[in-house]
Design a protein around this ligand. Structure first.
Ligand code: SF4
Length: 410
């Protein structure tokens, strides 16, 4: 029997999907993570924006084109948010939410809506069976922060963290080339009083490259950065959520730092890791964002010199505090997005230019059209003329190429 586990949204969803893949393989399924013909589909949905939710629902018609009679199971944030919309689109399907995802594997022949309301303990899913050389390892779920624009705390429940022993065993069991430590709010990791620093200390005997998922600035301090320095093979890449460079907007967003504090933390990172890639997410067009607020964001982007930014247009999510605030005109939001997309281009080009001529470690992930492709620790996309090699190789960065840098082995 053929099964597809199709994933929308974040890396946490990807981890959970990988566990489901493992469970299906153990049950004898031939499993793919791409939308193609299958007998069974599990769609792991996303609700971070209205658009993401819509895309999640649109998978029904895409699947029906491959197999009109396939069994479809929906799970994830969008189904937790609006299960009815999914069951209406697919009355023979099964709709589950964000909690107790492992139970899906025991409900493959069931239909209807099974949505649980909460989960207080971290759910241990089947160890990941990754289809790639880089594997995402989920260590935390839920969030207590309630940023005013974000629906995730309502859909994924409160902060809960994974036993570090299980994290280490999972990484050693998979033995990937790179493990990406991931959570909904990774900075809130706390197992029996051991914060993220404690978890990282436990990873110092792990052989693979360790990359951290998205972080909040509150977790960055000298001790945290010294702990990272002690890792054998730390990918020098920090994804620090900024969201806005205006103190007024940050306050309305219920983010708990100022632009100055953010900049100070970036400078602290550069003290320990001068060559680190520093990326971020920024929301444009938050309801109270004035032209000056937006300029403050642009100025902070210039000051920080990010290696890349991921700009998003504010998307009002029902049930959040920001949903009740007056939304800005779409044309204003779109113009700000376009300006920030230009800044993104500048950031990427500058970082690439700074890194040409350096030597870095490339994790070779795939071979496409005559080139090996992969990432440096600092998260630069690297390309190398195809040859019979794999793994992590020391390379010299030669010249800008496509969306990254052409390199050669040394
Ligand atoms: S930290 Fe804020 S943005 Fe991130 S999941 Fe929690 S509430 Fe959402």
């Amino acid at each position: 029997m053929k099964a597809v586990v199709f994933t929308l949204g974040c890396k946490v969803n990807e981890c959970e999907s990988n566990s489901l893949i493992r469970g299906l393989v153990e049950r004898g399924y031939d499993v793919s993570d791409k939308l193609e013909y299958a007998d069974l589909y599990i769609v792991n949905t996303c609700a971070v924006t209205k658009e993401a939710e819509k895309k999640s629902r649109q998978t029904v018609s895409r699947i029906k084109k491959f197999n009109e009679n396939a069994k479809i199971i929906f799970t994830g944030c969008a189904t937790q948010c609006s299960p009815k919309k999914f069951i209406e689109k697919c009355p023979d399907g099964l709709v589950t939410g964000t909690f107790n995802k492992g139970a899906i594997l025991d409900m493959l022949d069931k239909s209807g809506v099974v949505i649980e309301k909460d989960q207080t303990e971290f759910e241990e899913l089947a160890p990941v069976k990754s289809l790639r050389t880089r594997t995402f390892v989920k260590v935390q779920d839920g969030c207590n922060n309630f940023c005013s624009y974000c629906i995730i705390p309502y859909l994924r429940g409160r902060n809960r963290s994974r036993n570090p022993e299980n994290v280490i065993n999972e990484i050693k069991g998979i033995n990937p080339l790179e493990a990406v430590i991931t959570g909904i709010n990774l900075s809130a990791y706390d197992f029996d009083g051991q914060g993220l620093k404690g978890l990282i200390k436990g990873l110092k005997d792990v052989d693979c490259r360790i990359r951290l998922g998205s972080l909040e600035v509150n977790v960055i301090d000298d001790e945290f950065l010294s702990t990272l320095k002690e890792l054998k093979n730390f990918a020098r890449h920090f994804h620090l959520s900024l969201q806005s460079g205006s103190d007024n907007v940050l306050k309305k967003m219920n983010r708990r730092y100022t632009a100055k504090e953010f900049l100070d933390k970036v400078n602290l990172i550069r003290k320990y890791f001068p060559d680190a890639g520093i990326t971020t997410d920024i929301i444009v067009g938050f309801p109270t964002e004035t032209e000056q607020d937006f300029i403050d964001t642009l100025n902070l982007v210039d000051e920080v010199k990010f290696s890349d930014i991921h700009p998003f247009i504010f998307s009002p999510r029902e049930g959040t505090v920001a949903y009740k605030m007056p939304d800005l005109e779409y044309s204003v939001k779109k113009r700000r997005l376009d300006v920030l997309m230009e800044k993104k281009k500048e950031c990427r080009e500058r970082f690439i230019k700074e890194n040409v001529g350096t030597t870095q470690e490339m994790l070779i992930e795939e071979s496409i059209n005559g080139y090996l492709e992969g990432y440096s620790g600092s998260y630069i996309r690297l390309y190398m003329k195809d040859q019979n090699i794999n793994g992590i190789k020391r390379v010299k960065l030669i010249s800008p190429f496509k969306d990254g840098v052409l390199c050669e082995i040394i």
